[in-house]
Design a protein around this ligand. Structure first.
Ligand SMILES: Cc1cc2nc3c(=O)[nH]c(=O)nc-3n(C[C@H](O)[C@H](O)[C@H](O)COP(=O)(O)OP(=O)(O)OC[C@H]3O[C@@H](n4cnc5c(N)ncnc54)[C@H](O)[C@@H]3O)c2cc1C
Length: 455
Protein backbone atom coordinates (compact mmCIF):
# COMPACT_ATOMS: atom_id res chain seq x y z
CA UNK A 1 0.00 0.00 0.00
CA UNK A 2 1.36 3.46 -0.99
CA UNK A 3 0.34 6.16 1.48
CA UNK A 4 0.78 9.91 1.15
CA UNK A 5 0.19 12.25 4.07
CA UNK A 6 -0.28 15.85 2.93
CA UNK A 7 1.00 18.20 5.62
CA UNK A 8 4.03 17.77 7.89
CA UNK A 9 2.52 19.63 10.82
CA UNK A 10 2.38 17.88 14.17
CA UNK A 11 -0.80 16.07 13.10
CA UNK A 12 0.46 14.71 9.76
CA UNK A 13 3.73 13.64 11.36
CA UNK A 14 1.91 11.84 14.17
CA UNK A 15 -0.28 10.03 11.63
CA UNK A 16 2.88 8.98 9.78
CA UNK A 17 4.53 7.96 13.04
CA UNK A 18 1.73 5.54 13.88
CA UNK A 19 1.58 4.18 10.35
CA UNK A 20 5.31 3.51 10.49
CA UNK A 21 4.94 1.91 13.94
CA UNK A 22 2.34 -0.37 12.34
CA UNK A 23 4.97 -1.50 9.84
CA UNK A 24 4.06 0.67 6.84
CA UNK A 25 7.17 1.53 4.79
CA UNK A 26 5.80 2.93 1.54
CA UNK A 27 4.90 6.19 3.11
CA UNK A 28 5.56 9.83 2.19
CA UNK A 29 4.76 12.98 4.15
CA UNK A 30 4.68 15.98 1.82
CA UNK A 31 4.72 19.61 2.91
CA UNK A 32 4.92 22.74 0.85
CA UNK A 33 7.04 24.35 3.55
CA UNK A 34 9.26 23.02 6.30
CA UNK A 35 8.09 20.33 8.71
CA UNK A 36 6.21 21.75 11.67
CA UNK A 37 6.38 25.37 10.52
CA UNK A 38 2.67 25.97 9.88
CA UNK A 39 0.25 26.39 12.76
CA UNK A 40 2.30 23.87 14.72
CA UNK A 41 5.33 26.09 15.39
CA UNK A 42 2.97 28.94 16.27
CA UNK A 43 1.03 26.97 18.87
CA UNK A 44 1.57 27.98 22.47
CA UNK A 45 2.08 24.38 23.49
CA UNK A 46 -0.23 24.03 26.47
CA UNK A 47 -1.29 20.44 27.09
CA UNK A 48 -4.37 20.63 29.28
CA UNK A 49 -6.47 17.74 30.56
CA UNK A 50 -9.33 20.18 31.17
CA UNK A 51 -11.13 18.50 28.29
CA UNK A 52 -14.68 18.97 27.05
CA UNK A 53 -16.01 15.45 27.27
CA UNK A 54 -14.84 11.92 28.17
CA UNK A 55 -13.54 11.09 24.69
CA UNK A 56 -11.70 14.38 24.48
CA UNK A 57 -10.13 13.64 27.87
CA UNK A 58 -8.92 10.30 26.53
CA UNK A 59 -7.34 12.00 23.52
CA UNK A 60 -5.38 14.40 25.74
CA UNK A 61 -4.37 11.74 28.24
CA UNK A 62 -3.20 9.38 25.53
CA UNK A 63 -1.35 12.23 23.82
CA UNK A 64 0.49 13.06 27.05
CA UNK A 65 1.58 9.42 27.33
CA UNK A 66 2.71 9.32 23.73
CA UNK A 67 4.59 12.62 23.87
CA UNK A 68 6.44 11.36 26.95
CA UNK A 69 7.43 8.11 25.25
CA UNK A 70 8.32 9.85 21.99
CA UNK A 71 10.51 12.31 23.86
CA UNK A 72 12.24 9.42 25.63
CA UNK A 73 12.92 7.87 22.24
CA UNK A 74 13.75 11.00 20.24
CA UNK A 75 15.65 12.97 22.87
CA UNK A 76 15.27 16.74 22.99
CA UNK A 77 13.13 18.57 25.50
CA UNK A 78 9.90 19.42 23.74
CA UNK A 79 7.56 18.19 26.50
CA UNK A 80 7.61 18.92 30.21
CA UNK A 81 4.95 18.01 32.78
CA UNK A 82 4.39 21.19 34.76
CA UNK A 83 0.88 20.92 36.18
CA UNK A 84 -1.43 23.83 35.45
CA UNK A 85 -4.09 25.96 37.10
CA UNK A 86 -7.58 26.68 35.81
CA UNK A 87 -9.03 29.71 37.58
CA UNK A 88 -12.23 31.68 37.52
CA UNK A 89 -11.08 35.24 37.99
CA UNK A 90 -12.76 38.59 37.58
CA UNK A 91 -13.06 39.61 33.92
CA UNK A 92 -9.88 41.51 33.10
CA UNK A 93 -11.37 43.50 30.23
CA UNK A 94 -13.97 45.76 31.82
CA UNK A 95 -13.19 48.47 29.29
CA UNK A 96 -11.27 51.71 29.35
CA UNK A 97 -10.79 51.58 33.11
CA UNK A 98 -8.80 48.39 32.75
CA UNK A 99 -6.92 49.83 29.80
CA UNK A 100 -5.50 52.49 32.06
CA UNK A 101 -4.36 49.90 34.60
CA UNK A 102 -1.01 50.11 32.83
CA UNK A 103 -0.69 53.48 34.47
CA UNK A 104 -0.42 55.42 31.25
CA UNK A 105 -3.11 53.84 29.09
CA UNK A 106 -0.46 52.58 26.73
CA UNK A 107 0.34 49.08 25.67
CA UNK A 108 3.31 47.58 23.96
CA UNK A 109 3.79 47.22 20.25
CA UNK A 110 6.07 44.59 18.87
CA UNK A 111 6.53 43.00 15.51
CA UNK A 112 6.11 39.27 15.09
CA UNK A 113 8.97 36.92 15.63
CA UNK A 114 7.81 34.18 13.39
CA UNK A 115 8.79 30.70 14.59
CA UNK A 116 7.90 29.51 11.10
CA UNK A 117 11.24 31.00 10.08
CA UNK A 118 13.34 29.09 12.57
CA UNK A 119 13.18 27.39 15.97
CA UNK A 120 10.65 27.87 18.71
CA UNK A 121 12.70 30.51 20.49
CA UNK A 122 11.79 34.16 20.52
CA UNK A 123 13.54 37.48 20.27
CA UNK A 124 12.69 40.94 19.03
CA UNK A 125 12.37 44.63 18.96
CA UNK A 126 9.87 46.59 21.01
CA UNK A 127 8.27 49.98 20.87
CA UNK A 128 5.32 51.79 22.42
CA UNK A 129 2.03 52.99 21.03
CA UNK A 130 -1.28 54.39 22.32
CA UNK A 131 -3.85 51.59 22.41
CA UNK A 132 -7.54 50.98 22.99
CA UNK A 133 -8.71 48.12 25.23
CA UNK A 134 -9.22 44.70 23.70
CA UNK A 135 -12.50 43.11 22.57
CA UNK A 136 -14.37 39.91 23.41
CA UNK A 137 -13.46 37.50 26.14
CA UNK A 138 -14.86 34.40 27.79
CA UNK A 139 -18.04 32.69 26.72
CA UNK A 140 -19.46 35.69 24.98
CA UNK A 141 -18.80 36.64 21.37
CA UNK A 142 -18.15 40.35 20.79
CA UNK A 143 -20.98 42.49 22.02
CA UNK A 144 -22.72 39.79 24.05
CA UNK A 145 -22.85 39.42 27.78
CA UNK A 146 -20.69 36.77 29.42
CA UNK A 147 -22.38 34.40 31.89
CA UNK A 148 -22.25 35.35 35.56
CA UNK A 149 -19.35 34.03 37.58
CA UNK A 150 -21.62 31.69 39.58
CA UNK A 151 -22.91 30.16 36.35
CA UNK A 152 -19.35 29.65 35.07
CA UNK A 153 -18.34 27.99 38.35
CA UNK A 154 -21.40 25.74 38.22
CA UNK A 155 -20.49 24.61 34.70
CA UNK A 156 -16.86 24.09 35.55
CA UNK A 157 -17.75 22.03 38.63
CA UNK A 158 -19.83 19.80 36.35
CA UNK A 159 -16.87 19.53 34.02
CA UNK A 160 -14.53 18.65 36.89
CA UNK A 161 -16.95 15.92 38.01
CA UNK A 162 -17.01 14.54 34.46
CA UNK A 163 -13.20 14.59 34.26
CA UNK A 164 -12.76 12.88 37.63
CA UNK A 165 -15.28 10.25 36.61
CA UNK A 166 -12.99 9.30 33.71
CA UNK A 167 -9.88 9.32 35.88
CA UNK A 168 -8.41 12.77 35.20
CA UNK A 169 -6.62 14.17 38.27
CA UNK A 170 -8.16 17.55 39.12
CA UNK A 171 -7.56 19.12 42.54
CA UNK A 172 -9.77 21.91 43.85
CA UNK A 173 -7.63 24.77 45.18
CA UNK A 174 -8.95 27.21 47.77
CA UNK A 175 -7.40 30.69 47.84
CA UNK A 176 -5.30 29.98 50.95
CA UNK A 177 -3.79 26.90 49.32
CA UNK A 178 -3.34 28.87 46.10
CA UNK A 179 -1.44 31.64 47.87
CA UNK A 180 0.75 29.07 49.59
CA UNK A 181 1.48 27.25 46.31
CA UNK A 182 1.96 30.28 44.03
CA UNK A 183 2.49 33.35 46.22
CA UNK A 184 3.48 35.52 43.26
CA UNK A 185 -0.06 35.45 41.90
CA UNK A 186 -2.89 37.75 42.85
CA UNK A 187 -5.55 35.44 44.28
CA UNK A 188 -7.83 38.27 45.51
CA UNK A 189 -10.41 38.00 42.74
CA UNK A 190 -10.15 34.27 42.07
CA UNK A 191 -13.56 32.81 42.82
CA UNK A 192 -12.64 29.18 42.09
CA UNK A 193 -9.50 27.32 41.05
CA UNK A 194 -8.34 23.83 40.17
CA UNK A 195 -4.91 22.29 39.69
CA UNK A 196 -4.29 19.61 37.08
CA UNK A 197 -1.02 17.93 38.04
CA UNK A 198 -0.47 16.07 34.78
CA UNK A 199 -0.77 19.07 32.45
CA UNK A 200 2.30 20.19 30.59
CA UNK A 201 4.07 22.51 28.21
CA UNK A 202 5.23 21.57 24.73
CA UNK A 203 7.47 23.12 22.13
CA UNK A 204 5.45 21.83 19.20
CA UNK A 205 7.74 22.99 16.39
CA UNK A 206 10.72 21.28 18.00
CA UNK A 207 8.73 18.11 18.57
CA UNK A 208 7.62 18.09 14.93
CA UNK A 209 11.16 18.45 13.65
CA UNK A 210 12.37 15.58 15.82
CA UNK A 211 9.52 13.40 14.60
CA UNK A 212 10.35 14.27 10.98
CA UNK A 213 14.00 13.42 11.50
CA UNK A 214 13.22 10.04 13.04
CA UNK A 215 10.69 9.21 10.33
CA UNK A 216 13.39 9.85 7.74
CA UNK A 217 15.77 7.59 9.65
CA UNK A 218 13.04 4.95 9.44
CA UNK A 219 12.83 5.23 5.63
CA UNK A 220 9.75 7.43 5.49
CA UNK A 221 10.01 10.11 2.81
CA UNK A 222 9.46 13.51 4.40
CA UNK A 223 9.40 15.95 1.49
CA UNK A 224 9.63 19.65 2.33
CA UNK A 225 9.18 22.62 0.00
CA UNK A 226 6.88 20.52 -2.15
CA UNK A 227 3.36 21.93 -2.58
CA UNK A 228 0.65 19.39 -3.37
CA UNK A 229 -1.24 21.05 -6.21
CA UNK A 230 -3.94 18.47 -6.76
CA UNK A 231 -5.60 15.53 -5.15
CA UNK A 232 -5.98 12.91 -7.91
CA UNK A 233 -8.95 10.56 -7.89
CA UNK A 234 -10.11 7.84 -10.27
CA UNK A 235 -12.49 4.91 -10.32
CA UNK A 236 -11.99 2.03 -7.95
CA UNK A 237 -13.86 -1.26 -7.74
CA UNK A 238 -16.58 0.26 -5.55
CA UNK A 239 -16.71 3.81 -6.93
CA UNK A 240 -14.43 6.86 -6.72
CA UNK A 241 -11.00 6.15 -5.28
CA UNK A 242 -7.80 8.02 -4.54
CA UNK A 243 -5.15 7.80 -7.26
CA UNK A 244 -2.47 9.97 -5.63
CA UNK A 245 -1.40 13.59 -5.62
CA UNK A 246 0.26 16.00 -8.02
CA UNK A 247 3.15 17.90 -6.55
CA UNK A 248 5.27 20.64 -8.07
CA UNK A 249 7.72 17.87 -9.06
CA UNK A 250 5.09 15.68 -10.70
CA UNK A 251 2.55 12.96 -9.84
CA UNK A 252 2.89 10.66 -6.85
CA UNK A 253 0.72 7.54 -7.03
CA UNK A 254 -0.98 6.42 -3.81
CA UNK A 255 -3.78 4.14 -2.65
CA UNK A 256 -4.32 6.29 0.42
CA UNK A 257 -4.04 10.05 0.90
CA UNK A 258 -4.37 11.50 4.38
CA UNK A 259 -5.07 15.23 4.26
CA UNK A 260 -3.49 16.85 7.33
CA UNK A 261 -3.21 20.26 5.73
CA UNK A 262 -4.80 22.25 8.56
CA UNK A 263 -6.36 25.53 7.50
CA UNK A 264 -5.36 24.92 3.87
CA UNK A 265 -7.43 21.73 3.60
CA UNK A 266 -10.39 23.14 1.68
CA UNK A 267 -8.34 24.40 -1.25
CA UNK A 268 -6.74 20.99 -1.64
CA UNK A 269 -10.05 19.11 -1.44
CA UNK A 270 -11.57 21.42 -4.03
CA UNK A 271 -9.05 20.18 -6.61
CA UNK A 272 -10.95 16.87 -6.44
CA UNK A 273 -14.38 18.50 -6.42
CA UNK A 274 -14.77 18.03 -2.65
CA UNK A 275 -15.13 20.40 0.29
CA UNK A 276 -15.27 20.23 4.08
CA UNK A 277 -16.74 22.37 6.89
CA UNK A 278 -13.59 24.14 8.04
CA UNK A 279 -13.12 27.83 8.77
CA UNK A 280 -9.72 29.34 9.51
CA UNK A 281 -9.63 31.86 12.34
CA UNK A 282 -6.82 33.88 13.79
CA UNK A 283 -5.35 33.57 17.27
CA UNK A 284 -2.43 35.33 18.89
CA UNK A 285 0.42 34.80 21.31
CA UNK A 286 2.64 37.32 23.09
CA UNK A 287 6.03 36.65 24.67
CA UNK A 288 7.36 38.35 27.78
CA UNK A 289 10.74 38.56 29.48
CA UNK A 290 9.88 38.72 33.18
CA UNK A 291 11.62 41.09 35.56
CA UNK A 292 14.84 39.99 37.30
CA UNK A 293 14.15 37.42 39.98
CA UNK A 294 11.15 35.69 38.32
CA UNK A 295 12.09 32.60 36.36
CA UNK A 296 9.32 31.88 33.83
CA UNK A 297 10.06 28.17 34.14
CA UNK A 298 8.87 28.42 37.75
CA UNK A 299 5.56 30.06 36.74
CA UNK A 300 2.88 27.38 36.41
CA UNK A 301 0.72 27.42 33.29
CA UNK A 302 -2.55 29.21 33.91
CA UNK A 303 -5.92 29.26 32.17
CA UNK A 304 -8.16 32.06 33.42
CA UNK A 305 -11.55 31.00 32.13
CA UNK A 306 -13.43 34.22 32.80
CA UNK A 307 -10.52 36.39 31.75
CA UNK A 308 -10.25 34.21 28.60
CA UNK A 309 -6.47 34.10 28.55
CA UNK A 310 -3.76 31.61 29.36
CA UNK A 311 -0.04 31.61 29.89
CA UNK A 312 2.78 29.14 30.08
CA UNK A 313 6.57 29.21 30.18
CA UNK A 314 8.29 29.00 26.83
CA UNK A 315 12.04 28.96 26.47
CA UNK A 316 12.92 31.37 29.24
CA UNK A 317 9.94 33.62 28.49
CA UNK A 318 6.29 33.67 29.48
CA UNK A 319 3.87 33.15 26.58
CA UNK A 320 0.50 34.85 27.10
CA UNK A 321 -2.35 34.08 24.71
CA UNK A 322 -6.08 34.40 24.44
CA UNK A 323 -8.99 32.82 22.67
CA UNK A 324 -10.58 32.73 19.30
CA UNK A 325 -10.81 35.35 16.59
CA UNK A 326 -14.45 34.99 15.59
CA UNK A 327 -13.92 36.08 11.99
CA UNK A 328 -13.13 33.73 9.12
CA UNK A 329 -9.68 34.42 7.67
CA UNK A 330 -8.05 33.79 4.31
CA UNK A 331 -5.34 31.20 5.04
CA UNK A 332 -3.14 32.70 2.34
CA UNK A 333 -3.50 36.31 3.45
CA UNK A 334 -3.84 36.97 7.15
CA UNK A 335 -2.10 39.39 9.49
CA UNK A 336 0.81 37.68 11.19
CA UNK A 337 1.64 40.58 13.48
CA UNK A 338 -0.05 40.50 16.86
CA UNK A 339 -2.59 43.30 17.30
CA UNK A 340 -1.52 46.18 19.54
CA UNK A 341 -4.81 45.73 21.44
CA UNK A 342 -3.97 42.11 22.13
CA UNK A 343 -0.50 43.01 23.37
CA UNK A 344 -1.90 45.68 25.64
CA UNK A 345 -4.50 43.24 27.00
CA UNK A 346 -1.82 40.61 27.56
CA UNK A 347 0.20 43.08 29.63
CA UNK A 348 -2.86 43.98 31.69
CA UNK A 349 -3.69 40.36 32.30
CA UNK A 350 -0.12 39.52 33.22
CA UNK A 351 0.32 42.46 35.58
CA UNK A 352 -3.08 41.95 37.16
CA UNK A 353 -2.60 38.27 37.93
CA UNK A 354 1.13 38.45 38.73
CA UNK A 355 1.87 41.94 40.11
CA UNK A 356 5.58 41.15 40.37
CA UNK A 357 5.61 40.91 36.56
CA UNK A 358 4.99 44.66 36.25
CA UNK A 359 7.52 46.06 33.85
CA UNK A 360 7.88 42.78 31.97
CA UNK A 361 9.47 43.36 28.58
CA UNK A 362 7.45 42.44 25.50
CA UNK A 363 9.87 40.52 23.33
CA UNK A 364 7.70 39.07 20.63
CA UNK A 365 4.50 37.56 19.52
CA UNK A 366 2.61 36.46 16.47
CA UNK A 367 -0.76 35.58 15.03
CA UNK A 368 -1.49 32.38 13.20
CA UNK A 369 -4.53 30.36 12.22
CA UNK A 370 -6.58 27.54 13.72
CA UNK A 371 -9.20 25.44 11.96
CA UNK A 372 -12.78 25.62 13.27
CA UNK A 373 -15.48 23.01 12.60
CA UNK A 374 -19.25 23.32 13.13
CA UNK A 375 -19.35 21.15 16.28
CA UNK A 376 -15.82 22.03 17.47
CA UNK A 377 -14.73 18.42 17.07
CA UNK A 378 -12.04 17.26 14.64
CA UNK A 379 -12.69 15.60 11.30
CA UNK A 380 -10.91 12.25 11.32
CA UNK A 381 -10.81 9.31 8.94
CA UNK A 382 -12.64 8.41 5.70
CA UNK A 383 -14.12 11.30 3.75
CA UNK A 384 -16.05 12.30 0.68
CA UNK A 385 -17.08 8.82 -0.40
CA UNK A 386 -13.68 8.48 -2.07
CA UNK A 387 -11.95 5.20 -1.18
CA UNK A 388 -8.55 5.82 0.35
CA UNK A 389 -9.18 9.48 1.23
CA UNK A 390 -8.86 10.37 4.92
CA UNK A 391 -8.85 13.63 6.86
CA UNK A 392 -6.95 14.59 10.01
CA UNK A 393 -8.05 18.21 10.45
CA UNK A 394 -10.34 20.55 12.41
CA UNK A 395 -8.69 21.01 15.80
CA UNK A 396 -10.37 24.27 16.85
CA UNK A 397 -7.21 25.63 18.45
CA UNK A 398 -6.27 22.53 20.42
CA UNK A 399 -4.47 20.30 17.90
CA UNK A 400 -1.05 20.02 19.48
CA UNK A 401 -2.35 18.52 22.71
CA UNK A 402 -4.39 15.94 20.78
CA UNK A 403 -2.07 15.16 17.86
CA UNK A 404 -0.43 11.89 19.00
CA UNK A 405 -3.77 10.29 19.86
CA UNK A 406 -5.28 11.60 16.63
CA UNK A 407 -2.36 10.03 14.76
CA UNK A 408 -3.12 6.71 16.41
CA UNK A 409 -6.81 6.90 15.50
CA UNK A 410 -6.28 7.99 11.91
CA UNK A 411 -3.63 5.31 11.33
CA UNK A 412 -6.21 2.74 12.45
CA UNK A 413 -8.80 4.18 10.04
CA UNK A 414 -6.28 4.00 7.19
CA UNK A 415 -5.35 0.41 7.99
CA UNK A 416 -9.01 -0.62 8.20
CA UNK A 417 -8.69 -1.44 11.91
CA UNK A 418 -11.03 -0.65 14.75
CA UNK A 419 -9.81 2.73 16.10
CA UNK A 420 -8.22 2.25 19.51
CA UNK A 421 -6.10 4.25 21.94
CA UNK A 422 -3.32 2.28 23.56
CA UNK A 423 -5.08 -0.92 22.52
CA UNK A 424 -8.36 0.06 24.19
CA UNK A 425 -11.47 0.51 22.02
CA UNK A 426 -12.84 4.03 21.67
CA UNK A 427 -16.48 4.60 22.56
CA UNK A 428 -18.10 7.47 20.67
CA UNK A 429 -15.61 7.50 17.79
CA UNK A 430 -18.50 8.36 15.39
CA UNK A 431 -18.51 11.86 16.90
CA UNK A 432 -15.04 12.43 15.45
CA UNK A 433 -15.46 10.75 12.07
CA UNK A 434 -14.99 13.15 9.20
CA UNK A 435 -17.80 11.55 7.22
CA UNK A 436 -20.39 12.83 9.71
CA UNK A 437 -20.27 15.77 7.27
CA UNK A 438 -20.62 15.77 3.52
CA UNK A 439 -19.17 18.95 2.09
CA UNK A 440 -19.10 22.47 3.44
CA UNK A 441 -21.84 23.78 5.72
CA UNK A 442 -21.86 27.32 7.03
CA UNK A 443 -21.49 27.82 10.79
CA UNK A 444 -20.48 30.49 13.29
CA UNK A 445 -16.95 30.20 14.65
CA UNK A 446 -17.19 29.43 18.38
CA UNK A 447 -15.21 30.95 21.22
CA UNK A 448 -12.39 28.62 22.27
CA UNK A 449 -12.48 29.42 25.97
CA UNK A 450 -16.09 28.61 26.66
CA UNK A 451 -17.54 26.60 29.49
CA UNK A 452 -20.51 25.23 27.61
CA UNK A 453 -19.04 22.22 25.85
CA UNK A 454 -19.13 19.98 28.87
CA UNK A 455 -22.88 20.55 29.28
C1 LIG B 1 -1.40 31.31 18.74
C2 LIG B 1 -1.77 29.85 18.79
C3 LIG B 1 -1.73 29.18 20.02
C4 LIG B 1 -2.08 27.84 20.08
N1 LIG B 1 -1.95 27.20 21.27
C5 LIG B 1 -2.19 25.87 21.35
C6 LIG B 1 -1.98 25.17 22.57
O1 LIG B 1 -1.56 25.76 23.57
N2 LIG B 1 -2.24 23.84 22.59
C7 LIG B 1 -2.70 23.18 21.48
O2 LIG B 1 -2.95 21.98 21.56
N3 LIG B 1 -2.90 23.82 20.32
C8 LIG B 1 -2.65 25.14 20.22
N4 LIG B 1 -2.83 25.79 19.02
C9 LIG B 1 -3.39 25.07 17.88
C10 LIG B 1 -2.34 24.19 17.25
O3 LIG B 1 -1.20 24.97 16.93
C11 LIG B 1 -2.93 23.55 15.98
O4 LIG B 1 -4.17 22.94 16.29
C12 LIG B 1 -2.00 22.48 15.44
O5 LIG B 1 -0.70 22.98 15.25
C13 LIG B 1 -2.55 21.95 14.12
O6 LIG B 1 -1.55 21.11 13.55
P1 LIG B 1 -1.71 20.63 12.04
O7 LIG B 1 -0.62 19.66 11.81
O8 LIG B 1 -3.12 20.21 11.82
O9 LIG B 1 -1.55 21.98 11.19
P2 LIG B 1 -0.24 22.68 10.60
O10 LIG B 1 0.85 22.71 11.58
O11 LIG B 1 -0.68 23.98 10.03
O12 LIG B 1 0.19 21.70 9.46
C14 LIG B 1 -0.42 21.68 8.19
C15 LIG B 1 0.70 21.58 7.18
O13 LIG B 1 0.13 21.36 5.90
C16 LIG B 1 0.97 21.97 4.96
N5 LIG B 1 0.18 22.14 3.74
C17 LIG B 1 -0.98 22.79 3.59
N6 LIG B 1 -1.42 22.70 2.32
C18 LIG B 1 -0.50 21.98 1.66
C19 LIG B 1 -0.36 21.57 0.31
N7 LIG B 1 -1.29 21.85 -0.61
N8 LIG B 1 0.74 20.85 -0.04
C20 LIG B 1 1.69 20.53 0.88
N9 LIG B 1 1.60 20.91 2.17
C21 LIG B 1 0.53 21.62 2.55
C22 LIG B 1 1.36 23.27 5.63
O14 LIG B 1 2.54 23.81 5.07
C23 LIG B 1 1.52 22.86 7.08
O15 LIG B 1 2.87 22.57 7.43
C24 LIG B 1 -2.49 27.15 18.91
C25 LIG B 1 -2.50 27.81 17.69
C26 LIG B 1 -2.14 29.15 17.63
C27 LIG B 1 -2.15 29.83 16.29
Amino acid sequence: MEIVVVGAGIVGLEVAWHLREAGIRRLAVIDRGAAGRGATAHGAGLLSHFAWNPLDARLVRRSAELYASQQAELGGSFFRVTGSYVVVGAPTEPGAAAASADGDGEGTRVGPRDPGQGGDAARHATGRGGLPPTGAVGDAPQGRTAPATEEVIRRLRRRVAMLRAVGVAVEAVDPAAGIAAVPAWNWDDIAAAWFLPHDGALLPGDGAQLLARRLRQREVKVLEGSPVRELATGSGPGGPAVAGVHTAEGPVAADVVVVAAGVWTRSLLRTAGLDAPIKPYRTQLSLWALPEGIDPDDVPPLHDVTGAYYWLPRQGLLAVGDGTGLVEEDPDAFRRDPDPEFLAASRRRLEHRMPAARGAEAVGGWAHLCDATPDRRPLLGPYGGVAGLHLAVGFNGFGVMRAPAVGELVAAFVLGEEPALGGEPVAGIESLRADRFDGFVDFPIGQGFNTVDAD
